[in-house]
Design a protein around this ligand. Structure first.
Ligand code: ARG
Length: 462
């Protein structure tokens, strides 16, 4: 195997050592970032007079050519992508290629590459998050008054609307955007020029490469710059959190599309059949998202375990930061797209949802609220409504069936005007406190969400 080192070695390394240490296949994920980092480094070497301007230009031209040609021109029988690119550069520009690595180590190089990569990838993730939010906002608006049961403990609790429910998911994804912005700020510092661990004897300009690569500033300590992987753990954590929310949406899609619920039908484009039961429409994608969330969580744990108690300075252990990173990023991107597709193409059975709100006693709180509004302490009101519920049960009727007569029969203390609050539509209509599903409160929430959606800074790509 071709290597960037070996001068001091008398014997060839064992083949297994080569294979065990190789990372070229996974490294190819960030081949572009490696080139971009090298271009900045070469330009700086020229500007600082460490190599001549002509040599710098030759290196840059060569690197740009490699970029143009694409990764298929890179050899795979090498240790890593840094080696592959430097060797390709040698083929293109000759001996001067050997000057690119002046005042640089693969330790600061790989840290630079992965910081750039994480940044670029998270922007793509956020673009998808934002698109999903746009869809939730649109559907939230469309179904703002479509009645559905609201649950606690997976038991019918109080009537809400589908729009209100969808908007709850909107905010969860908004938080991921805010979280990511904080993470960008924290990670956007340049390790380049830290070299192996202790900087360089050459008069390098770290501010220049940092600026050119779009970082906020160079990382102040070279040892820290080559040792830190917390930005990857942050990214993995974000991916895990996004997957957790996607798995919760998925679980609802699975549940709501069962015949038992019948709230929605997932489209043919996102469901699968059974090889034995012809009638089946299986929500496999939602199940896989639910299932793969486990791995996204594990990916964070994997790297955290690698980093725990790792001494400062580059350690080869950190090569293992990349497979979980690539895995989580791919999963999260595919999963957001799939949830988008499932929600976009779902057919909601609004009648089924609305009718299932009836007869479930979910307006009992409204009755208690009504009595408390008229002066009865809420505890007593709660007790009294319990009596009404029991009375209905005994008569085999539901709250909506109550008439002036049956109500008087069960609980003479409850005034007849209370009957109006027992209709689910009225229950929702009256929940106008901030954040509630009432038409004005939900309208204001959707407006609020829309404003945030329109002005929020992410993603910073077209
Ligand atoms: N493949 C290595 C990694 O991902 C690149 C850095 C290698 N540095 C070294 N000193 N061997 O960490």
């Amino acid at each position: 195997m071709k290597k960037l080192w070996g001068g001091a070695f008398g014997e060839r390394t064992d083949e297994l050592v080569d294979r065990f240490g190789q990372s070229i296949e996974t490294d190819l994920n960030f081949w572009q970032e490696d080139i971009i980092g090298s271009v900045a480094h070469a330009r700086m070497l020229g500007a600082c007079g460490i190599i001549s301007q002509e040599e710098a230009q030759q290196l840059i031209d060569g690197l740009e050519k490699i970029h143009e040609q694409g990764p298929n021109y890179l050899r795979l029988d090498v240790e890593d992508v840094h080696t592959a690119i430097e060797m390709r550069l040698g083929e293109l520009v000759g001996e001067v290629a050997g000057k690119l690595h002046t005042a640089r180590s693969r330790n600061d190089q790989v840290a630079t590459d992965t910081r750039l990569f994480v940044h670029n990838e998270l922007l793509l993730v956020l673009d998808l998050v934002k698109k999903l939010q746009g869809l939730l906002l649109e559907k939230g608006d469309q179904y703002r008054s479509a009645l559905m049961p609201g649950y606690t403990h997976q038991q019918r609790a109080q009537p809400i609307t589908l729009g209100f429910h969808l908007m709850a998911h909107f905010w969860a994804f908004q938080r991921h955007g805010w979280r990511a912005e904080r993470l960008f700020d924290l990670a956007n510092y340049s390790p380049l020029g830290a070299a192996a661990l202790a900087g360089s004897t050459f008069p390098i300009d770290r501010d220049m490469t940092s600026r050119e690569l779009g970082f906020t500033a160079p990382i102040p300590n070279a040892l820290d710059a080559t040792s830190d992987r917390s930005y990857i753990m942050d990214a993995l954590h974000l991916c895990a959190l996004i997957m957790i929310d996607l798995s919760r949406v998925s679980q609802e899609l699975i549940l709501f599309s069962t015949r038992e619920f019948g709230f929605l039908r997932l489209s043919d484009t996102v469901t699968t059949g059974s090889s034995i039961m012809p009638q089946k429409r299986n929500p496999d994608m939602a199940e896989l998202i639910r299932g793969r969330t486990g791995r996204a969580i594990a990916n964070w744990t994997t790297l955290a375990t690698t980093m725990k108690a790792l001494p400062l300075g580059y350690n080869r252990d950190t090569q293992e930061d990349k497979p979980p990173l690539f895995d989580s990023l791919r999963k999260v991107r595919d999963s957001i797209k799939l949830v988008h597709l499932m929600i976009e193409s779902a057919e909601w059975d609004l009648e089924k949802m609305a009718s299932s709100v009836r007869g479930d006693f979910s307006t009992a709180t409204d009755l208690a609220d009504f009595l408390a509004t008229n002066g009865l302490p809420f505890r007593q009101a709660h007790e009294l409504v319990g009596q009404v519920v029991r009375g209905c049960d005994a008569k085999g009727i539901t709250l909506e069936d109550l008439t002036v007569e049956t109500l008087r029969d069960i609980a003479p203390e409850v005034p007849a005007e209370a009957l109006s609050v027992l209709q689910p539509e009225n229950s929702v209509r009256r929940r106008e406190s901030l954040g509630g599903p009432g038409p004005n409160a939900l309208g204001a929430q959707i407006e609020h969400a829309r404003r945030i959606y329109e002005v929020s800074g992410f993603p910073a790509i077209a």
